[in-house]
Ligand binder design. Structure first.
Ligand code: GUN
Length: 295
């Protein structure tokens, strides 16, 4: 069994990006600038956005955090998005999800300029991705692919079972892994809450990507010997014995499933850090595209 060490690989990627940023600075060029919009005070979102901003600083990007109160109106958020679209200094930005219930998420995502949509959530980017065209690939599925690539995990002709059909992970990873290319060419089954006999499907899987958010969901009797496990779940479980009052766990019963696996991602330290690294990668890409447009 080999651990797919997302922390290690994400640090490698960040180091690679930092080298490129240093070269940009030496040439006297503008460095990439990422902005993040956070509405409200959801604990997990605060942690993610804080981590994204810290990573920017570490690799030499500029970053801006726009933290708006929970009762921000949809109109005010759309105005913020329009300002970011119009600001030539910002290369890419994200609107952290989930948004408060009174705000229409689709409306906001549609308002983001696709050229600055480093999350790859705008229909223009999602559609281009599905059609094998150049786009921004959502950071979590992009991170999973990069992890598989860097560990040379064979995916071609393999059966990949994806659990969960979210717009952010399940749906895009099922598209990407069925496409032609590295870390892809897989036969993909996308499963969800209405799937019948999930266990019969996961037992056939060479690769399982679990993006459900239910702790301990995937058990050892649900997978075959030699399986590759990608655990995308990040759930905070309340626990007073931990300093923070909770601990983080994935969808997979790691202790027992890992005994049968060829490769497995840990939680934390697997897919999570890869997501941040690929967001930075997308921001670098956005900067390069803007530069070539301006040239
Ligand atoms: N919420 C959970 N994951 C993500 C992500 O990748 N991007 C944004 N913007 N919000 C999220």
């Amino acid at each position: 069994m080999e651990i797919l060490d997302g922390k290690k690989i994400s640090n490698q990627i960040k180091d690679e990006i930092a080298v490129e940023v240093a070269q940009m600075k030496e040439r006297g060029e503008k460095v990439p600038h990422l902005a993040a919009v956070l509405v409200g005070n959801d604990g997990a979102s605060l942690t993610y956005v804080g981590s994204k901003v810290r990573s920017c600083k570490k690799i030499g990007f500029e970053s801006t955090l726009i933290h708006l109160p929970e009762d921000t109106t949809e109109e005010a958020l759309l105005k913020q998005v329009a300002d970011l679209n119009a600001n030539p200094d910002i290369d890419g930005y994200i609107v952290q999800l989930p948004l408060p219930k009174h705000i229409d998420e689709q409306k906001v995502l549609l308002a983001v300029d696709p050229d600055k949509d480093v999350d790859g959530f705008h229909p223009t980017n999602f559609g281009k991705m599905a059609l094998d065209m150049e786009s921004f690939i959502p950071a979590t599925p992009f991170g999973i692919m990069e992890l598989l690539r860097r560990y040379n995990v064979e995916t071609s002709g393999k059966h990949t079972v994806v659990i969960g059909r979210s717009h952010i992970v399940g749906r895009p990873i099922s598209i990407l892994m069925s496409q032609k290319g590295q870390a892809a060419d897989s036969t993909v089954t996308l499963t969800h809450s209405r799937t019948k006999d999930l266990k019969a499907l996961t037992l056939q899987a060479d690769i399982v990507v679990s993006a459900l958010g239910v702790p301990n969901f995937l058990k050892e009797d649900m997978v075959k010997e030699g399986v590759t496990i990608i655990d995308v779940g990040i759930t905070r479980v309340p626990d007073d014995t931990h300093e923070k009052g909770y601990y983080i766990t994935g969808d997979v019963d790691f202790e027992n499933v890992s005994k049968k696996a060829s490769y497995i991602t840990p939680v934390p330290g697997g897919v999570g850090p890869m997501t941040i690294a690929m967001l930075l990668q997308n921001t670098l890409l956005a900067r390069e595209r803007h530069k070539s447009k301006q040239a």
